[in-house]
Each structure stands twice: as C-alpha cells, then as structure tokens.
Ligand binder design. Structure first.
Ligand SMILES: *[C@@H]1O[C@H](CO)[C@@H](O)[C@H](O)[C@H]1NC(C)=O
Ligand SMILES: *[C@@H]1O[C@H](CO)[C@@H](O)[C@H](O)[C@H]1NC(C)=O
Ligand SMILES: *[C@@H]1O[C@H](CO)[C@@H](O)[C@H](O)[C@H]1NC(C)=O
Ligand SMILES: *[C@@H]1O[C@H](CO)[C@@H](O)[C@H](O)[C@H]1NC(C)=O
Ligand SMILES: *[C@@H]1O[C@H](CO)[C@@H](O)[C@H](O)[C@H]1NC(C)=O
Ligand SMILES: *[C@@H]1O[C@H](CO)[C@@H](O)[C@H](O)[C@H]1NC(C)=O
Ligand SMILES: *[C@@H]1O[C@H](CO)[C@@H](O)[C@H](O)[C@H]1NC(C)=O
Ligand SMILES: *[C@@H]1O[C@H](CO)[C@@H](O)[C@H](O)[C@H]1NC(C)=O
Ligand SMILES: *[C@@H]1O[C@H](CO)[C@@H](O)[C@H](O)[C@H]1NC(C)=O
Ligand SMILES: *[C@@H]1O[C@H](CO)[C@@H](O)[C@H](O)[C@H]1NC(C)=O
Ligand SMILES: *[C@@H]1O[C@H](CO)[C@@H](O)[C@H](O)[C@H]1NC(C)=O
Length: 540
C-alpha cells in the first residue's frame, strides 16, 4: 500500500421554462476516441443548451457532450439518461465502464445516454486554483478530522481559504453548476431527443438527489425513473452535513470481518482463530497506532488519514475485500506492502491533477446547492461532532467538505426550494441495499414516502448502489420495470448471488439468467464492474 494524499470523500443535484420541442435535434456520430474509448458500439453528439436558464435574454450556450450506447434490440424503446453520482463524477467515462451491465439491467431495449454534468469533465469544469502549487497546498490539508485534536480548527480555517478562493476565482461558473440547472440540462436532452418528451432516468448515489429534484421540478414529464443508492436530499440541501448517509457505514465495515470469518478459505486475515469482533479491534488498534507512529512507506507515510481512507474506499463494494484482507494481514504482521490500492492523488490527466478535479467538482456543486451556511466555528462544531458520533469509519472523512460548504460564498442561479412531496406522472422505483455504507436504505424510504405511488426495492447485501451487488433477482426486477413498467410489490427484498469473499460477478449472474441465449450474452470481462469509487475516485 502506498500513501495517498487524502481524498476527501463526500457524500456523497422556482421555475423558468424548459418547453418541449425547442432544441435542435441530436445528430449522432463517431466518438472522440481519446475521450470515449471502448470496443462497444457507442456513438456521440454535442448539444448546445442555455448556459443560464434564468436569463431569458441571453443566448449564451453550454455544449453538452453526449455519449450513447444504442439499444441492442431493434427498435429502441427510447433513451435512458444516467447520473453516476459525486456530485462531480464524469458521465461519459462512467457510462463506458458500466454500459454492458446497464444494458443487461435495462433489458437491451433502450439507448443509454450520459454526459458530463456541469462542473465536471469538459462541461464548465469548476476549479478554484490555477496552479499545481495551490492545488497541492489544498490537497495537503485534506486530513481526517479525528487525526488529532488540532485538526478541526485547521480544517475550518482551510475551508475558509478554499471558499474565498472559489468565490474570487470562480464565482460565475460556481453560480451556474448547481443541481437545478443539472435537472434542466436533463430535460434539454429529452427535448432534443424528440422521443415522447418524457424523461427516463437512472440516478446512482448523488444522482438520486438530481433525480428527485428533476422529478419534483417536472413531475408530469417522468416516464420511468430508478433512484438507486438514495441520498437524503433534505439534508443535502438544508443541513450542515449529510448525517444520514453514514448511519450504516460502521455495520458495513464490520461486514469485512464477519464475512472473513464466514469464508476463511478466501480471507487472508482468517488464520488463527480470532472472531470477527477481535479482527476488527485489531484493525482499529492498528489505525490508532499509526495515528501516533505513522509508518514510512513507498516514499510517503502510512498514517491515520491514509489508512482510514483505505477502509472508507472498501465500503463501496465487497469485490475488493479479499485484497484488502491480504493487505491488512501484511500490515499487521509488520510487512506492509508497497503495492495495493492505487493512490489516486498525483495522477495527471490532460495536465490536471485528477484528485483536485474531482474534489473541486464535488465541492462546487454540493456547496452551491447547500443552503445552510455559517461563518461561526462554534456553530458548526456540534454538527461536526454529530458526524463523528454517527460513524467511526466515515464520520470524520467528510468534515472538511461540510466545513467548506458551510462557508461557501457562491449562490447558485437557481436552487430547488421544494419539499420533495411529489406526484410523478408514472411511479418511481427506489432501490436501497440493506448494508450500504454511503446511502442507507432509510434514505430511500424517506424520499419514497414523499413520492406518490413509488416503491422501495431492498437488495440484501453489502455495497453501494444495486450495481455493486450481482443479483438475479435485481436483474429480473429492474429489467421488468424498464421493459413493462412493473413495480415490485412493496416490501420486496432481493437476495444477492455474490456473497462476500466469493468471486462471483455480474457476468456469472447474467450468463446464468440468460441461459445460452447468446443474443443476450456479452463478453464476460465487460461485466467485471468497477466499483463506483473507481469510476469517480471519490464519493458518491
Ligand atoms: C479529442 O479529445 C481530446 C482530449 O480532450 C482533444 O485534445 C482532441 O482535440 C479531441 N479531438 C477532436 C478531433 O476533437
Ligand atoms: C483505448 O484503450 C486502449 C485499451 O485500454 C488503449 O490501449 C488505447 O491506447 C486507448 N486509445 C486511446 C485513443 O486513448
Ligand atoms: C446573441 O445575442 C447577441 C446580442 O443580442 C447578438 O449580437 C448575437 O448575434 C447573438 N448570437 C447568436 C448566436 O444568436
Ligand atoms: C458573483 O456572481 C453573481 C452571478 O454571476 C453576480 O451576480 C455577482 O455580482 C458576483 N459577485 C461578485 C462579487 O463578483
Ligand atoms: C485459539 O483461541 C484460544 C483461546 O482464545 C487460544 O488459547 C489458542 O491459542 C488459539 N489458537 C490459535 C491457533 O490461534
Ligand atoms: C452520540 O450518540 C449518542 C448515542 O446515539 C448520544 O447519546 C450522544 O448524545 C451523541 N453525542 C453527540 C455529541 O452527538
Ligand atoms: C477519535 O480518536 C480517539 C483517539 O484516537 C478515539 O478514541 C475515538 O474513537 C476516535 N473517534 C472517532 C469518531 O474516530
Ligand atoms: C426525511 O429526512 C428529513 C431530514 O432528515 C427529515 O426531516 C424528515 O422528517 C424525513 N421524512 C421522513 C418521512 O422520514
Ligand atoms: C472462484 O473461487 C473458487 C472457489 O473459491 C475457485 O475454485 C475458482 O477457481 C475461482 N474462479 C475464478 C475465476 O477465479
Ligand atoms: C444451453 O445450455 C444448456 C444448459 O446449460 C446446455 O445443456 C446446452 O448444451 C446449451 N445449448 C447450446 C446450444 O449451447
Ligand atoms: C432469447 O433472446 C431473444 C431476443 O432477446 C428473446 O426473444 C427470447 O425470448 C430469449 N429466449 C430465452 C429462452 O430467454
């Protein structure tokens, strides 16, 4: 394992007019191979949408770059739009990574479309620092709050510096990238597609906040919608922090160890006869030890923040648990490995430090959306202590982001101000995993209770969003929703076919479900789904 500079995980998208039929139609052509590099038959297009939906006098536009995987069956039943979370995860590369799986889950009869949301990728990228030294100064301070008793104060001061820099350098961009405009962009794409004028949408993680928002703003234009790995949008907009997101995190963390003792043949930590609780305690003790005595490793430091970030990243999916167990076992026996989960800081793409790109996008969108602000450290501290109290593993990972949002100075041009009591034209399907360390199922129930006619599907496994959990039942339930509009009966729970520390993948599940019907079978390797954090390198 190598040190990586902390990636700040974050939990973590009034109305003008977006009338149908006004946008120019979309012409699909070859993708730029540098940006959308895949062996799948994807095509691409550009769509110009209003830069500022609140300024009807302006003719300034923003270019959305769309990527599409056409339906495998003819004729297509229409298009499904996606958002993969963050906020701030780029859309096109995420669609490329997940396209085969999503095609199976949607029954093969829809075109799948994604674009980089405002603030990300090529779409109005949000950044507050012009040079790498400033970026590195910011990234260096991304320490987890409980690293020492001086950290909270530092994080607060740093967040103030960042909020000020963002305001001076990116006030205008920052005002144009919130979730309400993101919702209007989705509807602009629907208009330009010129199908039936209705939105079909699948939002993951933060994409559920975007989805709930677009549904609340345009309830009559919702055909089918899946909100999967649901954030509590009330907290997203109106609280000092996303508290509820972390209510299951410690249970998922414990699952790493209970899964280990249940499948000792596949878990490197399981030698000896420790119980799951004892194994977990040993790891906590190790994290506490490196807090006071960091270990030099691979040219960097394995310290409290770095080791906890590793744990945090393994809450997304069980697929990395066997490797994590190997890594922890090596560390505990005094031989920490220098290879392991790739550090994600310090990676340059197109001359930009990737870590900061994602962090800036997340901050730019979430902080603009967040209405509750304060300049008082004393006022924010109870909320930060509450975060730490909610989850030992995740509570102090997002304090820095919450503090930046509290001191944010940029106002979005538009913010959804409603209460998420919504009657959509067609019912929404919510999905929550029983053990989701980022978006607990109680949040799915919370939002569903305000969405008339909606149903919550529970998937009984560990991981973030249903795509993390190979399940025949999910495959059947979800594809039937897309193909026939059928909702599962309320209370339905899907089992998972890939227990922790097994090597079962979506490829196995889909292969089995489709028998040898080769028209449905795609290459096995394309179903080896990256977990969402590998897509975005940051929280969702
Ligand atoms: C393709 O994308 C790359 C990276 O963004 C860009 O540098 C290049 O100019 C693009 N090529 C075309 C033909 O647009
Ligand atoms: C596309 O991906 C392949 C395999 O990952 C890689 O070898 C190739 O260089 C990539 N092409 C471009 C234009 O980035
Ligand atoms: C945009 O508006 C300006 C001023 O009203 C006008 O001069 C310009 O031609 C317009 N541009 C387009 C592309 O319509
Ligand atoms: C910040 O941007 C908003 C919207 O573009 C603008 O109204 C405001 O004047 C700007 N404030 C400053 C201080 O630049
Ligand atoms: C198993 O646990 C018992 C009691 O906790 C201990 O005495 C024994 O040495 C352990 N055996 C191994 C192989 O670790
Ligand atoms: C922490 O949680 C416990 C139990 O849920 C509660 O009693 C206590 O008041 C909380 N403390 C803070 C600082 O929120
Ligand atoms: C914070 O650190 C202290 C001392 O290392 C530890 O006892 C406590 O459990 C930690 N709390 C959290 C929420 O990490
Ligand atoms: C949903 O969550 C919000 C924010 O925590 C809370 O105020 C509200 O009471 C919840 N609604 C339901 C129905 O649980
Ligand atoms: C999956 O795991 C089983 C049992 O642990 C093993 O026999 C099999 O070879 C593994 N398959 C792959 C593809 O790794
Ligand atoms: C289809 O699958 C069944 C059961 O797996 C197998 O017996 C049969 O030979 C397969 N048929 C073809 C044409 O592959
Ligand atoms: C095989 O796929 C075709 C085309 O999707 C479908 O019509 C047919 O029902 C499938 N057969 C089975 C046995 O699943």
């Amino acid at each position: 394992m190598v040190l990586f500079k902390a990636s700040l995980l974050l939990s973590g998208l009034a109305l003008a007019h977006a009338g149908p039929g006004k946008s120019p139609n979309i012409e699909w052509g070859a993708c730029n191979k540098t940006e959308v590099n895949t062996s799948l038959p994807m095509d691409c297009s550009n769509l110009h949408v209003p830069l500022d939906y609140t300024d009807s006098r302006s003719n300034k536009t923003l270019r959305l770059e769309l990527a599409r995987l056409p339906a495998s069956e003819n004729p297509s039943k229409g298009s499904i739009l996606f958002n993969f979370g963050g906020p701030g995860i780029p859309g096109r590369s995420s669609l490329v990574a997940l396209a085969s799986l999503l095609q199976a889950l949607t029954g093969g009869q829809y075109d799948l479309i994604a674009f980089d949301p405002r603030g990300t990728g090529n779409t109005l990228p949000f950044t507050c620092y012009d040079n790498d030294l400033e970026v590195l100064a910011m990234m260096d301070e991304q320490i987890l709050a409980n690293a020492s008793d001086t950290t909270m104060g530092r994080l607060w001061a740093r967040a103030s510096v960042d909020a000020q820099a963002c305001f001076s350098k990116a006030n205008e961009t920052g005002s144009l990238i919130g979730t309400a405009f993101g919702a209007r962009d989705l509807m602009s794409v629907v208009d330009a597609l010129d199908e039936d004028g209705m939105l079909r949408y699948w939002g993951l993680s933060y994409g559920t906040t975007l989805g709930a928002t677009v549904a609340a703003m345009f309830p009559d234009r919702i055909d089918k919608m899946i909100l999967d790995g649901v954030q509590n949008p009330h907290e997203y907009y109106h609280a000092y922090a996303d508290f509820e997101e972390w209510t299951m995190s410690d249970k998922v963390f414990s699952g790493i160890f209970s899964g280990c003792v249940a499948a000792p043949e596949n878990c490197a930590l399981a030698h000896g006869n420790k119980t799951a609780a004892e194994l977990e305690q040993v790891v906590w003790d190790m994290i506490d030890a490196v807090k006071y005595r960091p270990i030099p490793l691979g040219g960097g430091l394995l310290d409290y923040s770095a080791s906890k970030q590793v744990m945090a990243q393994h809450l997304y999916s069980t697929s990395g648990w066997p490797d994590l167990a190997v890594m922890l076992d090596a560390m505990l026996s005094g031989n920490p490995q220098e290879s392991g989960p790739e550090p994600d800081a310090g990676v340059y793409i197109d001359g930009k430090l990737q870590n900061s790109v994602q962090l800036m996008a997340t901050m730019g969108i979430h902080c603009a959306d967040r209405k509750l602000r304060t300049s008082s450290f004393d006022e924010i501290m109870p909320a930060m202590n509450q975060l730490l109290n909610i989850s030992r593993v995740m509570g102090d990972v997002t304090t820095g982001m919450s503090m930046a949002c509290a001191q944010w100075k940029i106002e979005p041009k538009e913010r959804y101000e409603g209460d998420f009591q919504v009657k959509t034209k067609n019912p929404v399907l919510f999905i929550g995993n029983t053990y989701d360390g980022h978006t607990p199922i109680i949040s799915a129930r919370n939002v569903s209770s305000g969405f008339e006619g909606s149903v919550v599907l529970e998937v009984n496994g560990y991981g973030h969003c249903s795509v993390a959990l190979p399940s025949k039942c999910t495959l059947k339930t979800v594809s039937e929703y897309w193909l026939k509009g059928t909702l599962p009966e309320p209370g339905k729970v899907c089992g998972v076919d890939a227990p922790p520390y097994s090597n079962v993948t979506w490829a196995d599940v889909i292969g089995e479900a489709s028998g040898n019907n080769t028209s449905c079978l795609l290459k096995r390797e394309v179903y080896n789904v990256p977990s969402l954090h590998n897509l975005g390198r940051r929280l969702i």
